[in-house]
Design a protein around this ligand. Structure first.
Ligand SMILES: Nc1ncnc2c1ncn2[C@@H]1O[C@H](COP(=O)(O)OP(=O)(O)OP(=O)(O)O)[C@@H](O)[C@H]1O
Length: 298
């Protein structure tokens, strides 16, 4: 089946008074996929989402959503952005009623979403909600709007692990119904939901791919005890030595950038061992700290 794109971002840049945040972002999102945008704190993920939502005007480049300028796309797009969706002075139910009146695509499904997410304090003011309760209300509202595209900036932040699983189930149901979902996250669990991940670093998208292909392109990982970190410094690709699971790790600079040369284990210093399979920490570190500093383009 030929993929049809619903978001096209070309050479997008965004600067504020204190300098550029995004520069040269290229990104395509296909209809019906779940794309997870991941990257370090402060790298510009939320700024990118507001450009996709049309609420921030880019300094340069092009963004189209379903072939048009993203401004005023309430007919196609539901947002959960970092600037609060809900009014703190209103109760949860009053916020729901507000969006019900405001948004032509708002559906009665909100009650089902509130139930599934375990949101049971609808008659309390939002200013008295916990962070997780507020996120559940925002998700209830964002998902109750029945549109082709959902832009969800950190939808699972502040949620407990069981609720994250419920959110994943709800988002899978949306995808199965043909909807497109773009979410940002710091949670490895959210990467499991994604059809593709886009890593943002250095103000641009440095890698995109399915979780499988991105994992396949991670070079060989080695580790040692913290007290022995110097032994890794001499081997490390791009001098990157990073903490992981109580040890320190590094990537080996392989000849072809993909697989460890045969017999590499026997040539390692005695306190350094090969890691069988990279974890999400390795994946994240590779794409956000090593790839931007090397010519290697996965
Ligand atoms: N309106 C604004 N005016 C000036 N600077 C801004 C504005 N909005 C964002 N920034 C800056 O842009 C940079 C990127 O912020 P952004 O919130 O997009 O990061 P992020 O990748 O979403 O971070 P996190 O993972 O911590 O949520 C930060 O340095 C932030 O201070």
């Amino acid at each position: 089946m030929v993929a049809v794109s619903c978001i096209e971002v070309t050479n997008l840049s965004k600067s504020f008074d204190d300098g550029p945040v995004l520069s040269g972002v290229d990104l395509t999102v296909d209809e019906g996929e779940v794309l997870a945008v991941m990257g370090p704190n402060g790298v510009g993920k939320s700024v990118l989402f507001t450009c996709l939502a049309g609420s921030t005007h880019p300094s340069g480049g092009d963004v189209t959503v379903f072939g048009a300028d993203p401004t005023d796309r309430s007919d196609t797009t539901s947002f959960l952005l970092q600037d609060a969706l809900c009014s703190e002075r209103l109760t949860g139910r009053e916020n729901v009623r507000y969006f019900e009146r405001l948004h032509p695509a708002f559906t009665d499904d909100w009650q089902r979403y509130a139930d599934r997410l375990g949101l049971d304090a609808l008659d309390k003011r939002v200013e008295d909600y916990s962070g997780g309760m507020t996120r559940k209300l925002e998700l209830t509202i964002a998902l109750a709007i029945d549109v082709p595209l959902y832009l969800l900036d950190e939808p699972t932040a502040a949620l407990d692990l069981s609720t994250i699983q419920v959110v994943h189930q709800l988002l899978r149901e949306k995808r199965d119904a043909g909807r497109t979902i773009v979410l940002s996250s710091h949670q490895p669990m959210d990467a499991d939901l994604a059809d593709r991940i886009a890593f943002v670093a250095d103000g641009r998208v440095v890698a995109t791919g399915t979780p499988e292909t991105l994992f396949d392109d991670v070079p060989t990982v080695v580790e040692t005890r913290l007290s022995n970190a110097d032994a890794l410094s001499e081997l490390a690709l791009a001098d990157e030595v990073y903490p992981a699971d109580g040890a320190v790790r590094a990537f080996l600079p392989d000849a072809d950038g993909e697989t460890a040369p045969a017999g590499v284990a026997s040539s390692l210093p005695s306190a350094v061992s090969l890691v069988d399979r990279p974890t999400y920490t390795d994946l994240f570190t590779y794409y956000t700290r090593v790839v931007p500093t090397t010519a290697h383009d996965p």
